[in-house]
Design a protein around this ligand. Structure first.
Ligand code: ADP
Length: 452
């Protein structure tokens, strides 16, 4: 059973991991799709602003073209080197003015978005008399080749468009053609937030479905483990009761056989001794059956005969009776309350308190202290012992029916696992609570809280 549960947990965990991975993959794919969609939207919107961004300000564009022309001609005349041309283009004087113009245009046309941009030069190639091109400048898009724009890096930017321009000219009777290529990159500020906002429904739904799955899984496994524990506990109970019944039944069997012998019947002393044994074993069987019967009632089926009782007196009478039965046990009292009148069922509570006290003795205690106090407007009775204690991981089922800490067939102490269940039922029937503080080897403290 345990192996099957472990196997089931293993499979479920793997299934959960696979499902979560698929879910994450789907969310990631949706995210990528949304990013691509967003880029396309921005490209279209920028495209609509102007079919050719370079015509944003024809004066500035013509300035740029004039600069290209001037530099080209100086290059052809040998007055400028390739490096001079490159620097001349990239450090032109209309840089700031054009950047500002385009920025303004974006602000006006797309007021909901904050857009940074850069136009970077990729190619500057000169063709003279249709000869092979003279590559003055050709590079992949880099931010350091920025013609104008306010972007500081291309890291989070995306390509909006490439602009290829050709200019024809004549110099010293020689025709030349200039091929330029530049690209516009834009970055929308807080674009991640915009995308996440668009994905809110998808994210919430997938998170909810994963959380629901995990919760269902945890609930199912917990129910399964609890079922297994209850099953184990029931098997233990059957073992315990069989064990408890065997001794009196065997004694009764032997006793009846002995009684069948005439010699025994004729001897009064022997006869009485056997009859006493039969009666004792009979009582023991009766007690066992009573215990099981008494515990077959649920807390709301217990009929209490409540009366007003001075609780400290009531506890002292139990203490005194207990001292007579267990003279070797050091039973102390530490009452922080006096003359507290509570409405209690004397009979059932006596049995419950005796169960706790007898357990203390049964599980190795030599000194027991009973304390009373008022805790948060409730009357607290605590039973503290110095016995073997109860491991923390065994405490959750302690008040369950038939539960015993010693499991399987290894029983050093006799019991049916009904004592604490009974205590719990009776205290609950008084609308009270019972709790335990303990650890292995550190004694045990049972705290019963009753309404004042
Ligand atoms: P049982 O018939 O086994 O005594 P109980 O319901 O009275 O059944 O107690 C349940 C289990 O709690 C016991 O099997 C025992 O292991 C543990 N237990 C109860 N009281 C004490 C105690 N005072 N000290 C240590 N263990 C205790």
């Amino acid at each position: 059973m345990k192996q099957r549960i472990n196997l089931l947990i293993g499979f479920s965990v793997v299934a959960l991991i696979v499902l979560s991975t698929v879910q994450c993959y789907l969310v990631k794919t949706t995210y990528d799709y949304k990013v691509a969609q967003f880029h396309t939207e921005i490209k279209n919107e920028i495209g609509q602003i102007s079919n050719n961004y370079s015509d944003i300000d024809s004066v500035l564009v013509s300035k740029k073209e004039a600069l290209y022309k001037d530099l080209t001609q100086k290059y052809i005349q040998g007055k400028k080197t390739k490096t001079d041309i490159k620097n001349g283009i990239l450090e032109n004087d209309f840089q700031d003015a054009l950047t500002l113009r385009i920025q303004r245009k974006f602000e006006r046309e797309l007021p909901n978005l904050k857009i940074d941009f850069a136009i970077v030069l990729n190619k500057f190639i000169l063709y003279k008399n249709t000869k092979k091109g003279d590559t003055i400048f050709s590079q992949k898009p880099f931010i350091r080749n920025k013609l104008y724009g306010n972007l500081a890096s291309l890291d989070h930017a995306f390509l909006v468009r490439n602009y290829v321009g050709t200019t024809n000219g004549t110099l010293e009777n020689e025709n030349y053609q200039l091929l330029t290529e530049d690209s516009m990159y834009v970055s929308v500020i807080d674009w991640e937030k915009i995308i996440l906002r668009r994905m809110t429904v998808v994210l919430i739904l997938s998170l909810c479905s994963i959380l629901t799955l995990i919760s269902l899984f945890v609930l199912a496994i917990r129910a399964l483990i609890r079922l297994k524990k209850v099953n184990d506990v029931k098997t233990d109970f059957i073992n315990n009761i069989t064990h408890e019944l065997k001794t009196p039944l065997a004694t009764l069997g032997i006793s009846t056989k002995i009684l069948a012998e005439k010699s025994i019947r004729d001897n009064d002393e022997n006869f009485n001794s056997i009859v006493n044994t039969i009666s004792r074993q009979n009582n023991r069987l009766q007690n066992l059956i009573d215990q099981v019967m008494a515990n077959s009632l649920a807390e709301n089926e217990i009929e209490l005969q409540k009366e007003k009782i001075e609780t400290e007196d009531f506890l002292l009478s139990i203490v005194n009776d207990f001292k007579i039965t267990f003279p070797k046990i050091n039973l102390k009292t530490d009452f922080k309350t006096s003359k507290t009148i509570l409405t209690l069922d004397r009979f059932h509570l006596t049995t419950a308190f005796l169960n706790v006290l007898e357990n203390a003795v049964k599980y190795g205690s030599k000194t027991i202290t009973i304390k009373t106090s008022i805790v948060e407007n409730q009357f607290s009775i605590s039973f503290e012992d110095d016995g073997i204690g109860i491991a923390k991981n065994k405490q959750s089922l302690l008040f369950d029916k038939f539960y015993r800490v010693e499991q399987g067939n290894l029983h050093n102490t006799k019991g049916l696992g009904l004592g604490l269940y009974y205590v719990d039922q009776i205290v609950k029937a008084h609308q009270g609570t019972v709790s335990v503080i303990s650890d292995l080897g550190k004694g045990t403290q049972f705290i019963i809280l009753l309404k004042v």
